[in-house]
Design a protein around this ligand. Structure first.
Ligand code: XMP
Length: 518
């Protein structure tokens, strides 16, 4: 793999993603990992990430010079660049010329390894207080900016490279090319990795882990749990039982899609639990968002636990193997964020299946734990998971329950489901699914306004369209959906859903608004 050494900022994960976009497999490792351990992973190349510290600060993460002498190609970015400069005998100092944001850089040699094929003037994304004022011996200076006399250096002999800026950030106009030049030209990688062609390896790994034991999986209908289930199904066939809890807060056709399409495509053994009445009863009279979330989470766990016990019970005795494993659709960002943990996975409360308790006492199977979301989609397609599931937008565990502002009732759920189905249909028809991260439709059930339709007065409810664009749901912007698409959605909803007489658009970014209304 290409190892990305995390010097303690938010950048390492993004770098890992960009490396994979260049078709090279990457993994993030902490800067505290000893060089021997790091080399034992047999890295094809190493990237040193940016970080928040000054290389001179007390307790600043240090770079063991042994890494630079191991013969492995190394690329330092920002903090990593300075740490390299320092370790190799250059000078890093506080020049008083800090640079933040988009900065013009001048490339001194456009035939150098990193800058080959690029213009001499490029805009780069900077974020530094210290600067490298003298390059280490043996290093050729390849780029400069007004605040960083040495903004890039390389030594092809030792295959050591660095830039002061952040090539992984899209604002660095040639960032991806710089990175690819390092990987393909500097480190000599072939760039043939894709998520789709590791499916066989993932399948064998699951087979090796699970053996003859039985496995259960809580299926939410979302991308992650569906692809994880499909993968495990491919690996161990009918040793897997999936449990799908229909809590009645799903979008239109969702349960059917899982029941029919998913089973048809994968052949999994599926148990569907119809818990719609139970959830409606538990939610009666409740309009506080947090209270709703707690009730939904609690009921979900109770229903799932019972279903899991039934599955376990059905396979006890009779010479059958016991249910030993639980499949989780954990993705790489969760793994990196929880400290790159090696096998210490405890189940999060904000997960696909609503936070299963650890006293279920299963060992975890997490076949997607090294993949990013877009890669999971590729794996899903490779496994034949229906596109309607693979390209599904994120949908929260508490479902439509947190998209009705006010009490959740069966009638209101029907109204929202109809409006939501129309919005989704039109956005799909307009080809916007891949541009929009997700588009919640929210029913303002406690608000009524006056309207007129067919010469008569109406007194109905508004629905809110909340289309957002995002890379990771941590931040988001409202999507500029074309007016004619919005107009079609509005006309259809007000015509086809009797209770709704007004459609409004949410034009708030996150922050300050969250994506969901509750
Ligand atoms: P917010 O509303 O916090 O949402 O901006 C960020 C992302 O998380 C989803 N979301 C949830 N997903 N269980 C989930 O599985 C939840 O309880 C939950 N709440 C919000 C939301 O749809 C968005 O993608």
């Amino acid at each position: 793999p290409v190892l990305v050494v995390d010097f303690g900022a938010q950048y390492a994960q993004l770098i890992a993603r960009r490396v994979r976009e260049a078709s090279c497999f990457s993994e993030v490792v902490p800067h505290s990992m000893p060089v021997a351990e790091l080399l034992a992973k047999d890295p094809a190349a190493v990237i040193l990430s940016g970080g928040p510290s000054s290389v001179y600060a007390e307790g600043a993460p240090s770079l063991d010079p042994a890494l630079l002498e191991a013969g492995v190609p190394v690329f330092g970015m920002c903090y990593g660049f300075q740490a390299m400069a320092q370790a190799l005998g250059g000078t890093v100092e506080r020049t008083g010329l800090s640079e933040f944001g988009a900065t013009p850089a001048r490339v001194l040699d456009t035939s150098s390894t990193l800058f080959n094929g690029q213009p001499a003037e490029q805009s780069v994304w900077m974020s530094h207080g210290d600067s490298v004022s003298a390059a280490p011996p043996g290093m050729t200076v390849t780029a400069t900016t007004s605040g960083a006399p040495v903004a890039g250096f390389e030594d092809d002999e030792r295959r050591l490279y660095g830039v002061q800026w952040h090539p992984e950030v899209l604002h660095s106009t040639f960032g991806q090319q710089v990175l690819e030049n390092f990987l393909l030209r500097g480190a000599g990688l072939t760039g043939e990795w894709t998520a789709a062609n590791v499916v066989d390896d993932l399948v064998s790994a699951v087979r090796a882990q699970v053996g003859d034991a039985r496995v259960i999986c809580g299926l939410s209908g979302g991308v992650d749990s569906s692809v994880a289930a499909a993968l495990v199904q491919r690996a161990v066939g009918d040793q897997l039982t999936c449990v799908f809890v229909d809590h009645g807060l799903l979008r239109s056709n969702e349960a059917e899609q899982v029941e029919k399409d998913f089973v048809a495509a994968t052949g999994v053994d599926l148990v569907v639990v119809d818990a719609r009445e139970r959830f409606l009863t538990a939610l009666a009279g409740v309009s506080d968002p947090e209270e709703k979330r707690k009730i939904i989470g609690r009921e979900f766990i109770r229903v799932f636990e019972q279903a899991a016990r039934d599955v376990v019970g059905a396979h006890e005795g009779a010479g059958d193997h016991p249910v030993e494993f639980l499949v989780q659709g954990t993705l790489y960002p969760d793994v990196v964020e929880s400290g790159g943990g090696s096998g210490t996975a405890n189940i999060k409360s904000h997960h696909n299946v609503g936070g299963l308790p650890d006293d279920l006492r299963f060992k975890l199977v997490e076949p997607l734990r090294l993949l990013f979301k877009d890669e999971v989609r590729q794996v899903g397609l490779e496994l034949g998971v229906p596109e309607a599931i693979v390209w599904r937008q994120p949908f929260p565990g508490p479902g439509l329950g947190i998209r009705i502002v006010g009490e959740v009732t069966g009638e209101r759920l029907d109204v929202l489901r109809s409006a939501d189905a129309i919005a989704r249909e039109e956005l799909t028809a307009a080809g916007l699914d891949r541009d929009i991260w997700q588009c919640p439709v929210v029913l303002l059930a406690d608000i009524r306004s006056v309207g007129v339709q067919g010469d008569g007065r109406t007194y109905g409810h508004p629905v809110v369209l909340r289309p957002v664009s995002s890379e990771d749901a941590m931040t988001a912007d409202w999507t500029r959906v074309p007016y004619d698409v919005l107009a079609r959605i509005s006309t259809r909803i007000t015509n086809e859903v009797r209770e709704v007489n007004r459609v409004v658009l949410d034009v708030t970014s996150k922050p300050p608004g969250t994506i969901e209304w509750e």
